[in-house]
Structures are given as C-alpha cells and as structure tokens.
Ligand binder design. Structure first.
Ligand code: FES
Length: 81
C-alpha cells in the first residue's frame, strides 16, 4: 500500500447534502473528492464514502491523520509521530 500524499491544511468547502467519496490518497485532480486516481496509480488506498446529511461548511482532512475522517479534527497542527 502506498502512503497517502499529504496536504498541510484541510480543504474548507461549502458542501451539499448527499453521498460523497472523499479522496484519501491525495492524488485526485478534483480534491477533496475521489477521481479514481487511487486505483489507476495502484495505491491500495480507497476513498472515504460518507452520506452528508445537510449542506454546510466542511473542513475535509488532507493530512489523513484525523480521528474523524474525512473531517478535520485539528491533528494537522501536531507533528507526525
Ligand atoms: S483518487 Fe484518491 S482516494 Fe480515490
């Protein structure tokens, strides 16, 4: 399995309600959403699929260390262990 490509900060978006697939490999050309790059690149990773119940501002984790994936929990502010 390939390590995900990390971002330094979350992507803050105005999200709509519905089923979403958030990229976990960092290779998507359509971040924060999966565009299938994880499979084309053979990363062994998969997107995080969630049902967003209502529209609103969301901070989507890009460091991939959040305990609440796909959402940011502030972990990107701490050094990796
Ligand atoms: S493109 Fe990154 S998880 Fe699908």
């Amino acid at each position: 399995m390939q390590a995900p490509k990390h971002g330094a900060a979350p992507l803050v978006i105005e999200e709509t309600a519905g089923r979403k697939a958030y990229c976990q490999c960092g290779l998507s050309a359509n971040l924060p959403y999966c565009d299938g790059s994880h499979a084309r690149e053979g990363t062994g990773l998969a997107p995080k699929v969630v049902d967003v119940p209502s529209p609103g501002r969301k901070a989507v984790c890009q460091c991939h260390r959040s305990a609440s994936l796909p959402w940011c929990d502030g972990t990107h502010k701490t050094p990796p262990s």
